[in-house]
Design a binder for this molecule. Structure first.
Ligand code: MN
Length: 460
């Protein structure tokens, strides 16, 4: 397995897992990369894109790095089907990081007048985006009470040579840390690492209790401790193998306009008064590679976020109800659960557990094990034929939810659970139609409609 981001890129170029394309033609940071990503997605393709030539910049830009599950799995040295299991194991058995004396990420150190964020080829993605944004930065911060590290992805708006607007979701860990520093009337030091190994990315996106150690999860995903190097101007450490690190602090009381920005929901969040990161130092490799995640409802954001989300839902929901067989995040704020229901009421227990697992969850549907939750048509069939709304739907009104949900009341949402299992049990429900299995076995399509089958195969 590769040690760092550029090792990962090299491996992906060699294996071509999910596709790897070098683009030599010059691209503009304003909308052009987003247009290329969008058009490829329309053709159902998410190759890793390596833009060698970016107008007005010396750094190359890579995007779509983690847009494909197979690519993330290969980066972590597991088969695609074992990815969820691997993340679940990492949650259970974290490997703490180690500190090293030197890191490639500090080959170049820029401080004071040398700090200039405009060096970074930050992107504009959508017509509503107010400014270029850094989207692939992992924010490292220290919990003032426990002293532990917290890792998170936050959107960062380019505001000037040494200033970034930051959006911290209410109720999430970084926001909690910032609020506690605010109570102490002290600035929050942060370090933002750009260009990270998939283990760090998935670790940073892990969802769980406040004190859960994202770095330890990253280490477990990698199979060895993440090597950390001390920052130059803040009391933090960052992965030694990152490409670029921004060191800075967030004033507890300063607020400035941040946004609009096109979010993963497919909608632009409106401008709001949000905190500002003052950058004190930029460190990077001799020849840094800038990592980007295309903003908005694009494949990479959705893929990256759902991998650790599903592992978390699975451990919490299965922990409460062992009969749960699979979970799937099917849309923003939406979870599907399948289970082998044994007792009456168990489907509701699974739903309640799911809502406790992550405040982001808004809608959850439970189906029986005969429904493939990767097939939305089947899920809707179960909802259509096994649900009576007055009996099977419950609503938790006015609960804390995602403020990025455009229909929310500033982060207050109604949560809906749908029990789409057959009642009282699948075995005692209306019989499901099936052609007798021995006939299915015996009939070979080739013997009856051979030419048609042959044509179908050709089209594939
Ligand atoms: Mn955390």
């Amino acid at each position: 397995m590769a040690e760092d981001f550029r090792g990962f890129l090299k491996e992906m170029e060699e294996t071509q897992e999910g596709g790897f394309v070098r683009v030599s033609r010059a691209v503009d940071t304003a909308y052009e990369v987003a247009a290329i990503v969008t058009k490829l997605e329309q053709a159902r393709q998410v190759p890793l894109l390596y833009f060698e030539n970016v107008k007005g910049h010396t750094m190359p830009v890579v995007t779509n790095c983690f847009a494909d599950r197979g690519r993330v799995a290969r980066g972590l040295g597991v088969a695609k089907r074992d990815l969820g299991q691997r993340v679940a194991e990492a949650y259970r058995r974290p490997i703490p990081p180690v500190e090293v004396a030197r890191g490639a990420v500090q080959e170049v150190v820029r401080e004071g007048a040398d700090v200039n964020l405009c060096l970074l080829p930050a992107m504009k993605y959508h017509d509503n985006d107010v400014a270029p944004y850094i989207t692939a930065g992992i924010v490292f911060a220290r919990d003032p009470d426990s002293g532990g590290f917290n890792l998170s992805y936050n959107r960062l708006m380019l505001k000037g040579r040494d200033r970034l607007g930051i959006f911290m979701t209410t109720g999430k860990h970084l926001n909690s840390i910032f609020c506690r520093m605010q109570e102490r009337r002290q600035p929050l030091e942060v370090a933002i690492a750009i260009g990270n190994h998939p283990a760090c990315a998935i670790g940073a996106l892990s969802i769980g209790p406040y004190d859960e150690d994202e770095l330890g999860i990253a280490g477990a995903l990698k199979g060895s401790p993440v090597e950390m190097v001390r920052c130059k101007t803040v009391d933090l450490a960052v992965p030694a193998g990152s490409e670029i690190v921004l060191e800075g602090e967030i004033d507890p009381f300063a607020r400035e306009e941040e946004g609009p920005f096109g979010e993963f929901t497919g909608y632009a969040t409106r401008a709001g008064q949000n905190p500002v990161v003052k950058i004190k130092a930029i460190t990077h490799r001799q020849d840094p590679i800038y990592q980007d995640v295309c903003g908005g409802a694009h494949r990479e954001h959705l893929t990256m976020a759902t991998i650790p989300m599903e592992a978390n839902y699975f451990r919490v929901v299965k922990g409460a109800v062992p009969e749960v067989e699979a979970v799937r995040v099917a849309a923003p704020f939406t979870l599907l659960i399948s289970m082998r229901k044994k007792y009456e009421g168990q489907a509701r227990s699974a739903l309640v557990a799911a809502f406790s697992a992550d405040i982001y969850l808004k809608h959850a549907i439970v189906v029986d094990h005969d429904i493939d939750i990767n097939d939305m048509q089947r899920v809707l069939w179960a909802v259509a034929t096994r649900v009576q709304a007055a009996r099977d739907i419950f609503i938790i009104p006015r609960a804390q939810g995602p403020s990025t949900d455009p229909s929310s009341d500033q982060g207050v949402v109604d949560k809906m659970g749908i029990d789409a299992t057959a009642k009282p049990a699948l075995e005692r429900f209306a019989p499901v139609n099936a052609v007798p299995p021995e006939v299915m076995e015996r009939i070979r399509l080739e013997d009856y409609v051979g030419d048609f089958v042959l044509n179908l195969k050709k089209q594939k």
